[in-house]
Design a protein around this ligand. Sequence first.
Ligand code: FA5
Ligand code: MG
Length: 424
Amino acid sequence: GAWLHFSHCRRLSTVEVLGRSYPKDKFTNITPSILSKLPTQLYTRPGHPLNTLKTTIEAHFPDYAHFSNLPALVSTYQNFDSLSFPADHPGRSATDSYYVNKDLMLRTHTSAHEVEVFCDGHKKWLLTADVYRRDEIDSSHYPVFHQMEGARLFSDDLNVSGDALARENTRLFSELSSEHVVLEDRTLVDSKNPYQEHHNKQLADLVTQNLKYTLSLLLFKLFAQAADPSSEAPLQIRWIPAYFPFTTPSYEVEVFFRHKWLEILGCGVIQQATLTNAKVSNEIGWAFGLGLERIAMILYKIPDIRLFWSEDLRFLSQFKPGEISTFQPYSRYPATERDISFWCPNDFHSNDFCDIVRDEAGDLAEEVQLIDQYHDKRKQGYVMSRCFRIRFRSMERSMEHAEINKIVITIKKRASEALRVEIR
Ligand code: FA5
Ligand code: MG
């Protein structure tokens, strides 16, 4: 559906997204392969690890409102301005985000819906959605992934909400203990990660504590439940200071996984400007955004983020609805590598090249790696030569060399036309 419409419209001035036509302009960079992901909604498929993770987290927050079918197409106001992103924030750039045109884009995070949900009067809620980012290609990055946003508001009057919050924090703290998880906290509120000026410090402190305890308890439950009793070492989790334009203080949580710290969430105390945009300025509150694939990869021991998109029964039939189990690897089909070298114009950006690769090769593109850069002053106009190595592998079948050759020829052709590179 989406693909045909796109190619049909390619020379016209509109692009069709989820059954509606939108005018194109110089920002338009959404590709047919991305459009084809929009209707998928992996997290709604019973038994899919993303669905089980979503329902497990929702069950942990039974008194929160649960949302999960807001459309991915949002305004730049929703995604950025309503959250106080400055005009020159790099996330706004067309090299990082998918634009339908200058006013409409695919959400890059679930925070894009904060203002509308608060505006509807919800004070405790979770929201699950597919999000889209132009990014590199490797085992933990995919241009479509899933986030779950959570948020909670309290009266900004210490006399109204202080005692209940303090009691709740004491209770949450007493529940925080696990043999399977070690928690490390490297955060401090300081001048680099401050409370907001107009907030009562004591209340802001209680809200920050409530955020940390609420999330830590969720992570303890999730990871303890999935912990392998035979594994010697407990899982390590750490809190570190962070920066987001729409929260302060702000934090990120990382988990030690496969010899590296893997970031699983961002969170913080909501900036007053966001609450004012939502017409709830007499509240104070926190919000978090979880990366669902990252957490599912740890819980299920899934080694590659592309597996979430597999239709292979050897993947799908392993999982039972509601049950978190360890992924059993099956034999992989062989990989084929191809190098493509070209001279680049000065405005060359590797995300543009990766998008062409993804668009032509789809999930056959396992990794794109820049293996060589070469500088030549004598060559007019084109000073940089770059060599990219593309690794192709199918998750479900073996591939013919002729098939790969055909894809590579098309990638070269499209790169020379659209990116004005000169193939070497
Ligand atoms: C955000 O998207 C913020 N909206 C999170 C937030 C919400 C902060 C509410 C404060 C309040 P970030 O870009 O760090 O932050 O992404 C959040 C999480 O999404 C990351 O921690 C990571 O787990 C996941 N994530 C980010 N990029 C990718 C990717 N390319 N592939 C898979 N997961 C990703
Ligand atoms: Mg981050």
